[in-house]
Design a protein around this ligand. Structure first.
Ligand code: FEO
Length: 390
């Protein structure tokens, strides 16, 4: 396991988790990486760590450059265990190292690990640390992704380590964003929607700070390193964090018991297509909730369909809505529909959740009793058309 030099004397020492398929509810179809970085300077500095099961690989990667015992500085930008899991082993080996983290990071590390004997130094926004040729500047970025989150900037290298920010759950044979931009951007969007979406205001603050920095490389803790497409990903972060959307994009998310609600979903999609929208049809029977979220991130119009089951919504739609409520996306136009046998509860429940999210709901819910008739579908079609005002 060899380190990869990303700038003179600065190495990627992370690991690729090709087999990861689940990250606290997020289906990670392309695995992930846990990126950590080693700076060889007067004070040998490690930026972040990796998940605990990968500690040996991580140590091998560091050892290909320098004996881990010689690490002087450990920066913990984020306590979540995908980044801190290997830090106890590092602190055990690097007896003279001092760990730098913000106040919430110190609390978090003490809650997760036995930190007895660790030398820890609290840092806050604007604090700097000279490590020789380079100086590190720390900027707290609470809630991107946890209260402790922080980014570290190396001004003379124009290099930003934003931890979870700008990340992607994406394991690939590439270390940089030089190729496969469509896939990388899609994974960045999926990551944003599934991890960072609730924290738009906090992300905007990060973007304000980033705008004041001279940056030629963004090295996140997941996925590829940005060096070629920084303006593109920053523009996307501006769109996503402001809950903006692409005006002609729409998605119909649904599940169906015996095909009635599926017929309705296709009718809604057809109506919106006639209105000139680009419509994605997402059946929760076949698509996971993380992909459904990805479909919604920059989409303006979202229709939700479920039949009534046991006086409620189908379990797939229930799981999706629980997840959606937590991610709390704003600024969408919604429309709810579905079939029912003897009670209409599912559609009311969906509508209530979207109303609580503050979505615009210009038309009432549309239901069809048992099987769709041509007249019923026609009425649905007309109502769905009216959802689109522009
Ligand atoms: Fe990649 Fe919030 O951890």
């Amino acid at each position: 396991m060899k380190a990869v030099e990303i700038k003179k004397g600065i190495y990627w020492v992370g690991v690729k988790d090709w087999n990861l398929r689940e990250f606290h509810g997020y289906t990670t179809s392309r695995g992930s990486t846990y990126n950590a970085y080693l700076i060889i300077d007067d004070k040998v500095t490690l930026i972040d760590g990796v998940k605990a099961p990968f500690t040996d690989l991580f140590m091998q990667r560091i050892s290909s450059v320098i004996d881990p015992a010689k690490i002087d500085v450990v920066v913990c930008n984020h306590v979540e265990m995908d980044h801190s899991g290997a830090l106890p082993a590092i602190m055990e080996k690097a007896k003279n190292a001092t760990l730098y983290c913000p106040p919430a990071g110190e609390r978090g590390l003490k809650m997760h690990y036995d930190t007895t004997g660790w030398k820890m130094q609290i840092v806050k926004t604007g604090d700097t640390l000279n490590i020789g040729k380079h100086t590190l500047t720390f900027v707290q970025m609470p809630m991107v992704h946890w209260p402790d989150s922080m980014m570290t900037y190396v001004a003379d290298e124009k290099l930003l380590f934003p931890n979870d920010g700008f990340g992607q759950h994406y394991a690939s044979d590439e270390l940089f964003d030089d190729e496969n931009l469509d896939i990388i951007m899609d994974e960045a969007k999926k990551y944003y929607g599934n991890i960072v979406w609730p924290y738009g205001a906090q992300v905007q603050k990060v973007l304000e700070t980033a705008a004041t920095l001279d940056i030629e490389m963004i090295a996140p803790s997941h996925g590829v390193i940005w060096r070629k497409h920084i303006p593109e990903i920053v523009e996307k972060y501006k769109l996503w964090s402001s809950y903006g959307s692409i005006a002609d994009k729409a998605v119909v998310v649904y599940d169906s018991m015996w095909g009635s609600t599926e017929q309705m979903a296709r009718e809604v999609a057809a109506a919106w297509g006639e209105k000139g929208l680009r419509v994605t049809l997402c059946s929760l029977k076949y698509s996971n909730i993380s992909d459904a979220i990805n479909d919604i991130v920059e989409t303006k119009y979202v229709a939700l369909g479920s039949p009534t089951l046991n006086s409620g919504i189908l379990p797939t739609m229930g799981a999706f809505l629980t997840y959606l409520k937590g991610l709390a996306p704003k600024n969408k136009v919604g429309f709810c529909f579905g079939s029912y046998g003897w009670k209409k509860d599912a559609q009311d429940e969906m509508q209530g959740i979207l109303a609580d999210l503050g979505w615009e709901l210009p038309e009432p819910i549309m239901t069809i009793n048992w099987r769709p008739t041509p007249e019923g579908l026609s009425q649905l079609h007309e109502t769905a058309m009216k959802v689109i005002k522009e």
